[in-house]
Structures are given as structure tokens and as C-alpha cells.
Design a protein around this ligand. Structure first.
Ligand SMILES: NC(=O)c1ccc[n+]([C@@H]2O[C@H](COP(=O)([O-])OP(=O)(O)OC[C@H]3O[C@@H](n4cnc5c(N)ncnc54)[C@H](OP(=O)(O)O)[C@@H]3O)[C@@H](O)[C@H]2O)c1
Length: 333
């Protein structure tokens, strides 16, 4: 009999999540049935959307999330023992399933291809949800052109660091906004960003004027709030904004008193579009294959903040919300 550990959501967080919002429980799993397989978590993801989704989650459920898992028992020939898969199984160590996709998001269960020397954890980053958010959310909604100026907020995170590198592949000038000079050094020296603005220590409005003398063509928005208002006020006519997330407000206990930059949107005739990456569930493998090809060609680099131990899921989650990660935050089970 296999026992699974799992984190149950017992309280919807108010402000920064607290350890008491979750309860670590054990569950005995039944024997697998025809067409089912049993997978053991190897890496688990901690992502901002988990915090953003909390107000809408039912109490008592296993906390949501994706994981890279190894198939350790199978009665389904499509999912043989030994394969590594990426599934939306939540914060749990063992899972029995027979589903080919997540019922809620329709995101397919992915059998990881042979990654050679690359870590399987990339299935949670560049080769997973964040990677596809960058690939589809930037290319489809911003439609960047050679020579254009692109601003990325949340630039040193999983999605943002990837978007900036895709923008470089497309021949754009890239300005990244993030929360520490160490992150800025990585963006400039390792990833090839052209400019970096530290939103915690610099005047974003003034620095952006210097970095984008003629204005901004594309803005990939990971953070919302004041930073996004400043960027949109400095966009060119017909600029495009891909609204991916608004992490600046996820832990907020009051509605922020920042008004949307309506005048800039109208007068510059901006095009803004929000997205949920599940929109491209039917093209999921296209993003993964392109992102893997770019890694193998040396065009996309990555960094991971790896926290050791399933029992440290909560700490890794809050650390990521607080900006402790450069690149993708993952937990090794
Ligand atoms: N629409 C979709 O389908 C979709 C899919 C994936 C992700 N997302 C969104 O994309 C954004 C980035 O996600 P990710 O997975 O790549 O996470 P991430 O950027 O790797 O991690 C979160 C980062 O947010 C930054 N941050 C925290 N508080 C902030 C604040 N008040 N203002 C500005 N930045 C803040 C921190 O970096 P600093 O040190 O720079 O503060 C932190 O490292 C999130 O908003 C997320 O919800 C959306």
C-alpha cells in the first residue's frame, strides 16, 4: 500500500500566506486499476498563480500545482514505468490517474522527451506552463518586430526571463524591470538584456525615459500596479501589451488606489490583451518543442531556485512570492 503526503488548503490566505493555511496530511492510495498508473513526485512547482487562485479554491482540496513525476507502476501502455511526466497533480507526493489531460485546464499530461543532460525540472519552467506563457503570450499577443523596444516586468522570474530572451531572438531591444541588482546582473550579463531597472531602488519612470528614448513598442506585464501604469504611459502609438499577471496585488488586503492609464491607452491607441496559458492547450507541444530547441541551440538560458524537500513546499512558495527566486522556483521532493 502506497502512502501519499499532500498539502490540504484549510484556510484562504489573507495577505502573505501563513503555514496554518495548509495542513500536511497522509493518504493511503488504493491499488491501481486497469488503464491507471501511479506516479511519484520528483520536482514540484511553486507559482504565483497558486496565490492568485486561492480566493476561488474550495477549502479541503489538495493545493493545486504542477509536478514532474516518475511513473513507478502502470496498467496503461501509454504511460510505462520509468517515464517522467508533467502533470497538474497538486502538492502531493504520489498520484494515481488515467487522465491524458487536466480536467480543469485541458493542459495535456506531457511525457518528457529525452532531455539528455538537462534537468527534468525544466518541465515546470521553460518546458512547462511558464515556458508556454512566454512563448505564446509574448509572440501571439505582442507580435514583436525586429528593432522594436520591449519592456518586461517581473523580468528575472520564470516567465519574464524567458520572454526577454525570446525578444532578443526576435531582434528587439529589451528592458527588464525586477527587484534586485543581482537579478539585473544576471539579465544583462548572462541573458543579453539591454537595460535593467531595479524597481525597488530606482525611479522607474525616469530610468525608462532614458532606456527607451523613443518609447516602448511592446510591454509584457507580469506585475500590474504602478509599474504597469508607468510603462503604458511611455508606450508608442499602436503599442501592444500582453497582460500575463499582476503579482504586485496578489497578497494585497485592500484594492490598490491606482487607476488604469486610460488616457495613454486611448491616446496612443494601445492594444491590451490578457491571457491564461491554457488558451493554447491544443498547441502545448509546439511551445515545448520550440523552447527545447532554443535551449539546445544555446539561445535560451535558464536558472532555477531549487528548494530541497517536500516538507519545505510552503517555505518555497512564500520565498518565491517574496522574490527569493532568480528564474524558476521548484521543490525537489
Ligand atoms: N496568464 C497566465 O496563464 C500565467 C502563467 C504563468 C504565470 N503567470 C503570471 O506571470 C507572472 C510571473 O510568474 P512566474 O511564474 O514567472 O513567477 P516568477 O516571476 O518566477 O516569481 C515571482 C516574482 O514576482 C516578483 N514580485 C513579487 N512581488 C512583486 C511586486 N510587488 N512587484 C513586482 N514584482 C514582484 C518577484 O521578483 P522581484 O525580485 O523582481 O520582485 C518574484 O521573484 C505572475 O504574475 C504570474 O501570475 C500568468
Amino acid at each position: 500500500m502506497v502512502k501519499s503526503k499532500k498539502y490540504v488548503l484549510v484556510k484562504r490566505s489573507v495577505g502573505v500566506p501563513k503555514p496554518t493555511d495548509f495542513k500536511l496530511e497522509e493518504e493511503e492510495l488504493p491499488p491501481i486499476e486497469e488503464n491507471e498508473f501511479l506516479a511519484e513526485a520528483v520536482f514540484l512547482s511553486v507559482d504565483p498563480y497558486m496565490r492568485a487562485s486561492m480566493p476561488n479554491l474550495s477549502l479541503g482540496i489538495t493545493m493545486i500545482g504542477s509536478q514532474v513525476a516518475k511513473i513507478i507502476e502502470s496498467k496503461n501502455p501509454k504511460y510505462p514505468v520509468g517515464k517522467y511526466i508533467v502533470g497538474q497533480f497538486g502538492w502531493r507526493t504520489h498520484t494515481i490517474t488515467k487522465l491524458d489531460s487536466d480536467p480543469l485546464t485541458k493542459i495535456p499530461l506531457v511525457i518528457l522527451p529525452d532531455l539528455g543532460d538537462l534537468p527534468a525540472s525544466l518541465g515546470l519552467g521553460i518546458l512547462g506552463r511558464p515556458g508556454n506563457s512566454a512563448y505564446f503570450g509574448f509572440l501571439e499577443l505582442c507580435d514583436p518586430k525586429n528593432g522594436e523596444t520591449v519592456v518586461v516586468s517581473g523580468a528575472a522570474g520564470a516567465v519574464g526571463s524567458h520572454v526577454g530572451q525570446i525578444a532578443k531572438i526576435k531582434g528587439c531591444k529589451v528592458i527588464g524591470i525586477a527587484g534586485s541588482n543581482e537579478k539585473g546582473k544576471w539579465l544583462l550579463e548572462e541573458l543579453g538584456f539591454d537595460y535593467f531597472i531595479n524597481y525597488k531602488t530606482e525611479n522607474v519612470e525616469e530610468e525608462l525615459k532614458k532606456a527607451a528614448l523613443e518609447g516602448v513598442d511592446c510591454y509584457f506585464d507580469n506585475v500590474g500596479g504602478e509599474i504597469s501604469t508607468i510603462v503604458m504611459n511611455q508606450m508608442k502609438t499602436y503599442g501592444r501589451v500582453s497582460v500575463c499577471g499582476s503579482i504586485s496585488g496578489y497578497n494585497a488586503t485592500e484594492i490598490p488606489k491606482i487607476s488604469a492609464p486610460q488616457y495613454a491607452i486611448v491616446s496612443k491607441q494601445l492594444r491590451l490583451e490578457g491571457f491564461l496559458v491554457k488558451r493554447w492547450a491544443d498547441r502545448w507541444m509546439e511551445g515545448i518543442e520550440q523552447n527545447l530547441a532554443w535551449i539546445k541551440q544555446g539561445k535560451i538560458k535558464y536558472n532555477e531556485k531549487v528548494t530541497e524537500g517536500f516538507e519545505n513546499m510552503f517555505d518555497a512558495f512564500v520565498d518565491m512570492l517574496n522574490g527569493g527566486n532568480t528564474g524558476k522556483a521548484v521543490v525537489r521532493a
